[in-house]
Design a protein around this ligand. Structure first.
Ligand SMILES: CC(C)(COP(=O)(O)OP(=O)(O)OC[C@H]1O[C@@H](n2cnc3c(N)ncnc32)[C@H](O)[C@@H]1OP(=O)(O)O)[C@@H](O)C(=O)NCCC(=O)NCCS
Length: 392
């Protein structure tokens, strides 16, 4: 148990589920009934609650353990979800305290990175979280899609985890902050299984896959909705786009999400961007742990950084970074820093999400451009992308 201001923080147990569901129904309007109860009982060991002096649950935050890729390496990840405070005690810092507590627990487990989906990014920016550019949702007339190519696509059965997980890992490693889909509160694969009667299919092609369904949409006709698609090479991408082209003639429109730096986004995002995407935010939980998992692909010079991180003071201060092929070492120093960074600059640069100049322009870093370029080089040239199918 931890004291959080006037409140006590502790991990919830099955005995707290009724109080949790009542609070949740008020915050999120999620149905709390006998069907959803077992789901929430399962979530209790990963939910931290704040209790008032009378022992009543007044706030909570889900603190999940997941795995992601950063710069090509598979690393553990903290996922914060469903943070809520009873309206009667809001604006007393309880949610912020729960966020900080989640970071401390994850840091003690050696976790370097955290991720969440904000209701409003400004609330989390105050605690050092940073929104990342993610994918683009396109909705194109099928006539704009490429012509079908001849290729051997393998149609898959319903056990997508068994069929696709190894290939997914190879694809997910191509971007930073993807979901490895190894552990976590939800099984993305089973969530994609269609309800009976729905027209759906999953295909594996060399170096890629696609999971899709067909939907009727009134005047728009048949829409080919790509629920999940990924590739790990140029050939894999060609193969996936080719298999989707087989639906020309059957579907009038195609809807899919692609990384912002994919050729389809370059060609079509300005004209054919569909509905908005969810914002995703990332944060360094523990700087030495995050850096240790970032190998330098080429020889990079040491650099001295000053990090400002009020919400996670263990990351704040001046550090000497020593990039190396096995990972970047980091030690505290009293030397003059080459550059000063807000903690929010770290996921942008190390996750390959924004270049140093953009980060400087955003007011999140200042100092020697070469030092910032070295930090950015630790991203290994890998850009960030977390598709909507991996939202938690
Ligand atoms: C969001 C929520 C968890 C905040 O809880 P809380 O215990 O009041 O949070 P804190 O006291 O730590 O922080 C409150 C601060 O955040 C600010 N804040 C609240 N909503 C905000 C928003 N949308 N954007 C920016 N700041 C916001 C408040 O103004 C307050 O700042 P102040 O103290 O400077 O006035 C609570 O309002 C809530 O439960 N909302 C409904 C559920 C919800 O939407 N949860 C988010 C799911 S991602």
């Amino acid at each position: 148990m931890t004291a959080g201001g006037d409140h006590t923080l502790r991990t919830l147990t099955a005995d707290d589920v009724d109080a949790y569901m009542a609070l949740r129904e008020h915050s999120f309007g999620f149905p709390s009934d006998e069907d959803t109860r077992p789901i929430f009982v399962e979530r209790m060991p990963r939910t931290v609650g704040a209790f008032d002096a009378a022992g009543a649950l007044v706030a909570s935050a889900g603190q999940w353990r997941l795995e992601t890729f950063v710069a090509g390496r598979q690393v553990p990840l903290l996922g914060i979800a469903s943070i809520q405070t009873s309206p009667s005690v809001r604006r007393r810092g309880i949610a912020s305290r729960l966020l900080a507590h989640g970071l401390e627990l994850a840091r003690d487990e050696g976790i370097g990175w955290g991720l969440l989906y904000p209701f409003d990014p400004r609330f989390y920016e105050r605690s050092g979280w940073q929104s990342l550019p993610s994918g683009v949702r396109l909705r194109l007339p099928m006539s704009r899609w490429q012509r079908p190519t001849e290729l051997a696509a393998e149609e898959l059965g319903s056990d997508l985890r068994r069929e696709l997980q190894p290939l997914h890992l190879r694809c997910a490693a191509q971007w930073s902050f993807t979901n490895a889909r190894t552990i976590g509160p939800w099984d993305v694969w089973s969530d994609m299984r269609p309800p009976p009667g729905e027209r759906s299919a999953a295909y594996r092609v060399p170096d890629g896959y696609a999971v899709l369904r067909l939907r009727e949409e009134g005047l728009d006709g048949t829409v080919l909705e790509v629920l999940d698609a990924s590739w790990c090479s140029a050939a894999g991408r060609r193969n996936v786009l080719g298999v989707l082209a087989a639906y020309r003639g059957q579907a009038e429109r195609i809807e899919l999400e692609v990384p912002r730096d994919d050729g389809l986004a370059w060609a079509w995002a300005d004209r054919w961007q569909a509905r908005a995407n969810e914002t995703c935010m990332a944060r360094v939980v523990d700087l030495p742990a995050a850096l240790a998992a970032l190998p330098a692909a080429r020889e990079l010079p040491p650099l001295t950084l000053h990090v400002v991180d009020d919400a996670a003071p263990w990351n704040a201060g001046t550090f000497r970074l020593l990039p190396a092929p096995g990972g970047c070492a980091c030690e505290r120093t009293v030397a003059t820093p080459d550059a000063t960074l807000d903690a929010r600059a770290l996921p942008l640069l190390l996750g390959g999400a924004a270049r140093p100049r953009s980060v400087v322009r955003a007011g999140l870093a200042e100092g020697d451009e070469r030092a910032l370029a070295t930090l950015f080089a630790l991203s290994g040239g890998v850009t960030s992308y977390r598709p909507g199918s991996d939202r938690f």
